[in-house]
Design a protein around this ligand. Structure first.
Ligand SMILES: [Zn+2]
Length: 199
């Protein structure tokens, strides 16, 4: 199989838990939304539940507390002119779109959201430099860890981090097999030593 572009394409969404009480799950962990429909709130609560299940409520709050996710039909155009599925230009906020400017629905919203949460967590807890320092071996599980779809290399390892974070939640076994250092970093820095439950 060719190397996937992003974890969102190959991750197993069934590894995401189901929250029994969406509203409570979000408010307990101090997560807010804007413009979200019922399905989107549920998705966010389910991701939060997954993180809480791996850890505990206090740690999940440390990881996610203060997050605001803005859901919009269409985000502004990408600097390259292409479709922009998400951005985090405002600190502490994820902006996530449903459609491209041409009206085409953006697929794999679940995986994209998990990837974006990875960036949020790294920013919140200052994990990019720590990851860079501790994980000497670059993870190459997806192409996007290294470069954009057009082949342009990323300037830093922030996309690698977000992809590794997403993989821990929805592609854990493969992450452990292919990127041991990255896997162990997530396990020990974020998930209180709990192994990924996505097998
Ligand atoms: Zn990213």
């Amino acid at each position: 199989m060719a190397k996937p572009h992003m974890i969102a394409e190959v991750g197993d969404i069934k590894c995401i838990e189901k929250s029994a009480n969406i509203k409570k799950q979000l408010s307990d962990l101090r997560i807010d939304t804007s413009g979200a429909n019922r399905t989107e709130k549920k998705l966010l609560a389910n991701v939060a539940e997954t993180i809480e299940k791996l850890t505990n409520q206090q740690q999940a709050e440390k990881i996610l507390g203060g997050l605001l996710v803005n859901f919009k039909d269409v985000l502004r155009s990408h600097s390259s002119g292409g479709c922009l599925p998400a951005h985090q230009l405002v600190s502490g906020q994820i902006h996530i779109g449903r459609k491209c400017a041409d009206g085409v629905k953006i697929p794999l919203q679940e995986g994209i959201l998990v990837h974006e949460i990875g960036h949020f967590v790294a920013n919140k807890l200052g994990l990019y430099p720590k990851y860079e320092k501790k994980v000497s071996r670059k993870c190459k599980l997806t192409n996007y860890m290294r470069s954009n779809r057009d082949g342009r290399k990323h300037k830093n390892r922030n996309e690698e981090f977000a992809e590794v974070f997403a993989a821990y939640l929805i592609y854990g076994k493969k992450l452990q097999q292919s990127c041991k250092q990255s896997y162990e970093f997530m396990r020990d820095e974020l998930f209180l030593g709990t192994e990924s439950i996505c097998r």
